[in-house]
Design a protein around this ligand. Structure first.
Ligand code: HEC
Ligand code: HEC
Ligand code: HEC
Ligand code: HEC
Length: 473
């Protein structure tokens, strides 16, 4: 199977995936959930290539900074990858799919930015996920042509001819004595595709893979599948396609370090959510004289999962890219394109100043809380034109009569009275006692203080910090 550089030799290279479990996550013994199968004996071998895998960013370009200790982001990832490259130049970088989370213009700009970032980092392959498809085949085709990263899908049939999406890629890795050929395939589970597309069809993964694998069997030394599917389905693929050495998988799996599956000789590992972790598998090649017909079957996995935490600096290149991204959101005035709905029963937002007239004591106190300066917080980190941030840092962005821009609705910046009490137009007239009582409380707080943005939120504890003073009658 191996083609040595000096063809005279009948040397066969036996490829071993050796195992390193370097777990950075303190305290939370990261592999607690799952036994790591396969022995941990590291063969006396020379590491030649490292497969680095990420995916399912779902639009998460960077941690928002809403709370401490958030993981992930392209900027830290770049720093880690540069570091890994210093250790060993032979990196294969794989992206599982779903770079963007939302449809619409912001999703498109995001996808373009994310692909530029992957290109900068030197990614080899991007597999198509169902969210990538949502940006539309025209734009996907355009991105596949301009991107440095190779797009693959083994089971999506496109009828648009311009798309630069290949069924597989063979990546050659030179070592001292030989060239290792790594075959990389990619599938998307048809079950994850909700929309109907007139210009493409998602085929059965196994049926699509079979002929490709047959073809690749003699042309490659290692076969890796990017399986954009849930673990369960990836396991079935492994059962049906024993030629695969490694499957990168895992839809809706938040932490990759908790799951590792083995089916016969195929290892299956998920990428985790939102690019918070970077996975790396070390492939070692051992020169070995083997008889005809022998396979390299003594595989054991070598996996390193790194949470992207504060240890990693932000890379200046990606920081610059993200600045440009913010500038584009501003230039294209995406705040004005936010889809709005009606607030309940034709009420309108009136702004904090009106409330101050009658509830002055509460107003004065509120002014001193972080809520009042939540918009300025975004200005400080230069994200005040990003609808995805502004949403929780102002009053009513997603409603008619709510915040639009700082110029047109300055009175609705920050988390104001009506962020918690709802639109107050009616109450201003009637001074009804019922107003603002109904929904205030844990639920209302939770629309902003959710797990992602406020992981330490506890109502009692938080409310005490911002509790209104008693109003004198
Ligand atoms: C779902 C609502 C939500 C979204 C979306 C959101 N934030 Fe926040 N943000 C919060 C909440 C809630 C807090 C306060 C968290 C806490 O103290 O527990 C916060 C706090 C912050 C802080 C820290 C303020 C401080 O001084 O402590 C920063 C900075 C910040 N957000 C920036 C951003 C940026 C940038 C984005 C967009 C990328 C963003 N936020 C999107 C809800 C949100
Ligand atoms: C014209 C004066 C006036 C304005 C303007 C006004 N309120 Fe009131 N508000 C009142 C009065 C009077 C009450 C009833 C107090 C009572 O009977 O205990 C009240 C009651 C409330 C209550 C319910 C209190 C309770 O005891 O249940 C909330 C909440 C409230 N106001 C919030 C607001 C907010 C938020 C705004 C601005 C959007 C606002 N008010 C604007 C006069 C006003
Ligand atoms: C519209 C979104 C939103 C809602 C609703 C909301 N918050 Fe916040 N909250 C924020 C944001 C954003 C921040 C960060 C403000 C900053 O520092 O920039 C924050 C910060 C805070 C802080 C820290 C600020 C300080 O002054 O110490 C507390 C405490 C807090 N929220 C409590 C609550 C409670 C309790 C509720 C519900 C009664 C609530 N919040 C509802 C968005 C919200
Ligand atoms: C972070 C959410 C939040 C914000 C912002 C907020 N409130 Fe409240 N407000 C509450 C909650 C929760 C209660 C109910 C308190 C309780 O049940 O003890 C409340 C109660 C009230 C009451 C009833 C009187 C009382 O003290 O129980 C009034 C009046 C009121 N708010 C006015 C305002 C005004 C005016 C503003 C803006 C200056 C404002 N609120 C901003 C959450 C908020």
């Amino acid at each position: 199977m191996i083609k040595p550089i000096n063809q005279i030799t009948v040397l066969k290279t036996c490829v071993i995936i050796s195992l390193l479990l370097l777990l950075f996550n303190q305290g939370c013994n990261s592999l607690c959930g799952k036994e790591v199968e396969g022995d941990l004996n590291i063969a006396p071998s020379t590491p030649v290539i490292h497969v680095v895998f990420t995916g399912e960013e779902n639009g998460y370009l960077e941690p928002c900074g809403c709370s401490e200790k958030q993981l992930g982001g392209f900027s830290k990832r770049h720093t880690l990858i540069n570091h890994l490259r210093e250790e060993d130049g032979h990196l294969i970088l794989l992206s599982l799919g779903d770079l963007t989370g939302n449809v619409g213009r912001q999703g498109e700009i995001k996808m373009e930015t994310a692909l530029e970032a992957l290109g900068l980092m030197g990614y080899d392959v991007h597999n198509i996920g169902e969210k990538d498809l949502d940006i539309g085949t025209d734009l996907l085709g355009y991105f596949s042509q301009i991107s440095n990263v190779g797009f693959i899908s083994s089971n999506i049939k496109f009828t648009t001819p311009v798309l630069e999406i290949k069924p597989y890629v063979i990546k050659e890795v030179k070592t001292k004595e030989t060239i290792l050929k790594v075959g990389i395939l990619g599938v998307l589970s048809p079950e994850l595709v909700g929309n109907y597309y007139h210009d493409m069809e998602v085929m059965d993964p196994v049926l699509s893979l079979k002929p490709l694998l047959k073809d690749l069997h003699d042309k490659t030394d290692i076969l890796i599948l990017l399986s954009h599917a849930e673990m369960e389905e990836s396991i079935k693929i492994a059962e049906a396609c024993p030629d695969l050495n490694l499957i990168i998988s895992g839809h809706m799996v938040d932490r990759p370090d908790l799951y590792l599956e083995k089916v016969n000789d195929t290892y299956i590992i998920p990428v985790g959510e939102k690019g918070k972790y970077v996975g790396k598998i070390t492939l070692s090649s051992q020169q070995k004289q083997v008889g005809e017909g022998e396979h390299f079957d003594n595989l054991s996995p070598g996996i390193e999962i790194t949470p992207l935490d504060g240890k990693f600096e932000d890379s200046s290149d990606i920081t610059m890219l993200l600045k440009i991204y913010q500038q584009r959101l501003r230039d294209e005035e995406l705040l004005l394109q936010v889809i709005k709905s009606d607030p309940s029963s034709s009420l309108t937002f009136i702004g904090n100043d009106d409330c101050a007239v009658c509830h002055n004591k509460i107003y004065k106190h509120w002014e001193e809380t972080g809520h009042a300066s939540a918009y300025e917080t975004l200005e400080k980190v230069e994200h005040e034109y990003d609808p995805e941030c502004v949403e929780c840092h102002v009053v009513g962005l997603n409603y008619f009569t709510g915040f639009e821009t700082i110029e047109s609705t300055p009175g609705l910046k920050g988390v104001g009275c009506e962020s918690c009490h709802g639109p107050g137009s009616d109450h201003k007239e009637t001074q009804s006692k019922d107003y603002g009582r109904v929904h205030v409380g844990v639920e209302r707080c939770g629309t902003c203080h959710n797990d992602e943005h406020s992981p330490n939120f506890e109502f009692e504890d938080y409310w005490q910090k911002i509790k209104h003073p008693r109003e004198g009658k």
